[in-house]
Design a binder for this molecule. Structure first.
Ligand code: TMP
Length: 254
């Protein structure tokens, strides 16, 4: 395989120059961090599973008309994506109280929210991704009012669709985080779903037992982390044919 230029290394992924202009290769690592990188670890096979899970969810969303950056999976750990200008906002949707919402507002984890709640966090590691309001986002020019309208409309559709999709496989979609990017085509600009959708950035609970099947198992040292990611992939019907021992996948070539 030809050597590719690395453009960016994040906590869980690496971006490489793509094979043609306007494309990138997104490589999924097994590295896991939590609490703004204070906690670090490895979840063996996570990159392989998240590559598959994110591919699957973005393809399904594409089928209902949600535009995404996903083009195609290249191998066990890599996917081809469209190059977008990332909007520096993490959009979080919550259906059930958990995590920082429960902590901040004293609402017990597991409380069903009266309606889905959207929150915004400014993507800035030095500031530890502070929560912000729409006023800050538009005043500081991180996104315009039209961008915000598009992001909210897409986020609500994503939430409705994924809630149903996961419920169908016995999983409650408690909350999740998405990121959007601006895709420039000719003279047009569209907001598209970017980054990834996986148990790294969703809270997924077994609908019967409320057992956690996501990165909270790592954040909270609950054990059986790898098994939880595998179980999500298995229920979605996309566990790689290769056995668990093969999940490490090919090594990164640089
Ligand atoms: P929170 O309860 O910690 O605010 O997290 C809400 C959701 O957002 C949860 O599904 C995990 C996800 N998330 C990320 O993907 N990245 C982050 O940096 C944080 C803090 C949360």
């Amino acid at each position: 395989m030809a050597r590719r230029r690395q453009l960016y290394e994040g906590k869980a992924k690496i971006l490489f120059e793509g094979p043609e202009p306007g494309t990138l290769v997104q490589y999924f690592k097994d590295d896991a961090t939590a609490f703004n990188s204070q906690k670090k670890g490895t979840i063996t096979g996570k990159g392989v599973l998240n590559n598959r899970i994110s591919e699957y969810l973005m393809l399904r969303l594409g089928e209902i008309g949600v535009p995404t950056h996903f083009v195609r999976r290249l191998n066990m750990r890599e996917q081809l994506i469209r190059e977008v200008e990332i909007i520096p906002i993490e959009v979080v949707v919550r259906n059930v109280a958990a995590g920082s919402l429960s902590k901040r507002l004293g609402i017990p984890e597991g409380t069903r929210l009266p309606r889905s709640i959207i929150e915004y966090y400014y993507k800035n590691a030095a500031l530890e991704n502070p929560m912000v309001g729409e006023e800050h986002i538009t005043a500081f020019g991180w996104a315009g009012t039209q961008d915000m309208d598009d992001m909210v409309a897409l986020t609500l559709r994503i939430n409705d669709f994924l809630t149903g999709l996961f419920l169908g496989v016995g999983i409650t979609l408690v909350d999740f985080k998405v990121e959007f990017g601006r895709l420039y085509e000719n003279d047009d600009m569209r907001i598209v779903l970017a980054d990834e959708l996986s148990p790294d950035n969703c809270r997924l609970w077994d609908s019967k037992t409320n057992e956690k099947m996501d990165k909270d198992r790592f954040r909270r040292d609950l054990g059986k982390v790898e098994e939880a990611y595998q179980e999500v992939a298995r229920r979605l019907g996309i566990l790689p044919e290769a056995g668990i021992r093969d999940l490490k996948g090919p090594e990164l070539m640089q």
